[in-house]
Ligand binder design. Structure first.
Ligand SMILES: Nc1ncnc2c1ncn2[C@@H]1O[C@H](COP(=O)(O)OP(=O)(O)OP(=O)(O)O)[C@@H](O)[C@H]1O
Ligand SMILES: [Mg+2]
Length: 254
């Protein structure tokens, strides 16, 4: 089995007296898509925030390829390969979809603006950006201002921007939330395609059980901030503890 790319050790955060993430120890490996499930308020998003650095830990550690990143700001963690979906508020609203992706490619390549004035470098960046555009099937809206996109395409753009950063760890928090049924499959197909690159580790928070079943190599369950189950999808979903805390809710939601 490959070495874990991402490890959380006793990861904990308290908000006042409330323990939102409670001593979660877990390892994630390349080539594995782990779906994180659990009821509302279980701590899933907070766990992501601790991994990507949006929140400071109260206790515990986060390791990326064996390097401790616990105290690093989000930008440094991104540099170490932690890929949290872009907030679309980070977009340049007047620039086109293609230009926004190209900026993300450029930010990742770390090249200076001065070098970028060279036509050949710009062409290379554009070629890369177009590849992500094509992979995310946004070619037909490439020249629209990014903020003019319908909701479903904005989610695809988030994935394109994330791909442009070439992270080792992809983190998706309910990527189809608020999306119409006809657009949801596009984004899920993109995530499924990411699995073809076996060097990537994918973490996905998802409520919809058909999505979970289709994509998960492994499921972990959070409940009241604690990790209560971890294993193969069938095994986890049929376990009594998960039926008790989770399936009741998902049946209601279905
Ligand atoms: N910044 C914060 N300050 C105080 N409490 C917080 C903060 N962020 C999260 N919490 C609390 O931590 C708990 C876990 O919240 P979190 O958003 O991680 O749950 P979740 O599993 O993502 O739920 P959902 O399925 O609804 O997205 C909740 O009780 C929430 O109110
Ligand atoms: Mg959440």
């Amino acid at each position: 089995m490959s070495h874990p790319s991402l490890v959380t050790e006793d990861l904990t955060i308290r908000f006042g007296g409330h323990v939102a993430v409670n001593s979660v120890s877990c390892e994630f490996r390349p080539g594995e898509l782990t779906v994180i499930v659990g009821p509302n308020g279980a701590g899933k998003t907070t766990y992501f925030n601790l991994i990507s650095g949006q929140l400071p830990v109260s206790e515990g550690r986060v390791l990326k390829d064996g390097i401790e990143i616990t105290k690093m700001p989000p930008s440094a963690r991104a540099h170490h390969g932690i890929g949290r979906a872009f907030q679309l508020t980070n977009l340049f609203p007047k620039l086109t979809v293609l230009e926004n992706i190209r900026l993300a490619v450029q930010a990742h390549s770390g090249q200076s603006w001065k070098i970028m004035t060279r036509v050949d470098s710009l062409t290379e960046l554009t070629a890369k950006a177009e590849r992500y555009l094509e992979a995310t099937k946004l070619g037909n809206v490439a020249h629209l201002p990014a903020t003019a996109l319908p909701h479903g395409d904005q989610r695809k753009l988030e994935v394109a921007l994330l791909m442009a950063m070439e992270p080792d760890i992809y983190m998706f928090d309910e990527p189809t939330a608020g999306m119409s049924l006809d657009h949801a499959p596009d984004v899920l197909d993109l995530i499924a395609e990411l699995k073809h690159d076996h060097s990537k580790t994918i973490l996905l928070v998802e409520h919809k059980m058909d999505v979970v079943r289709a994509l998960a190599d492994r499921i972990i369950v959070l409940h009241n901030g604690a990790l209560i189950a971890d294993g193969a999808p069938d095994e986890v979903m049929s376990s009594q503890i998960v039926r008790d805390v989770y399936l009741g809710k998902s049946t209601e939601a279905a």
